[in-house]
Design a protein around this ligand. Structure first.
Ligand code: SF4
Length: 210
């Protein structure tokens, strides 16, 4: 029997991004659903089942992205999978990577708070990981996301154990109003440097006023 093509729910596709999430021109393909429940969620519609924008198959996504093939090839860009949590859709990403043009780069924006099997599946295809670590302190992490961060740190250690991986990883370290302090961020950074992380993006969450 012929294998059925995979599809996945998305919250949107954003084209022509430059130097925001990976090298060159990229297109963000944002999946619905996330295992975390951050207090200041940037994309709350990815948590609401009624807010799925479209279900898209791998070949439909390829058709959408081919519109920007020339930009990708000229700038060394490609696709960035975000969300939500893209690694929950690792099978879709793996299948998509098998049919996409080989020159396109593949970037992943992830919290890494997923089962290891998802990471194993996509690792051969990924050029850059942008990892939103929140805070390494388990108490702060749990209070902010409602989840444990043991899996996050285990997955990061596992990734870093692969040769050359540190160059593919950018760790995002947010200053989260009312949840961590500069001292907490400094502690996270020191711990992550010890683990082998080399590239950081430290920034402030801007919380919208009600
Ligand atoms: S990881 Fe991102 S999408 Fe998921 S709950 Fe947190 S802010 Fe929202």
């Amino acid at each position: 029997m012929e294998k059925k093509e995979l599809s996945a729910p998305f919250i949107g596709i954003v084209r022509h991004r430059l130097a925001t999430d990976g090298k060159g021109v990229t297109t963000l393909a944002a999946f619905h659903n996330c295992p975390l429940r951050c207090k200041y969620c940037l994309n709350p519609h990815c948590l609401d089942p009624k807010m799925v924008w479209r279900n898209i198959t791998t070949s439909e996504l390829l058709d959408e992205l081919l519109l920007d093939n020339l930009y990708f090839l000229a700038t060394g860009g490609g696709v960035t999978f975000g969300g939500g949590e893209p690694l929950l859709r690792s099978e879709f990403i793996e299948e998509f990577c098998r049919i996409k043009p080989a020159q396109w780069k593949v970037n992943i924006e992830t919290s890494l708070n997923v089962d290891r099997s998802h990471l194993e599946r996509v690792m051969p295809h990924v050029d850059q990981y942008m990892i939103d670590i929140k805070d390494t302190n388990p108490t702060i992490y749990k209070e902010y996301t409602s989840r444990d961060n043991k899996q996050v740190l285990d997955n990061l250690r596992w990734l870093l154990a692969h040769e050359g991986m540190a160059e593919k990883i950018l760790v995002r370290l947010p200053h989260i109003p009312e949840h961590n302090t500069q001292a907490d961020v400094d502690r996270s950074r020191a711990m992550l440097e010890k683990m082998g992380v080399k590239h950081f993006d430290e920034f402030d969450y801007i919380v919208a006023e009600d």
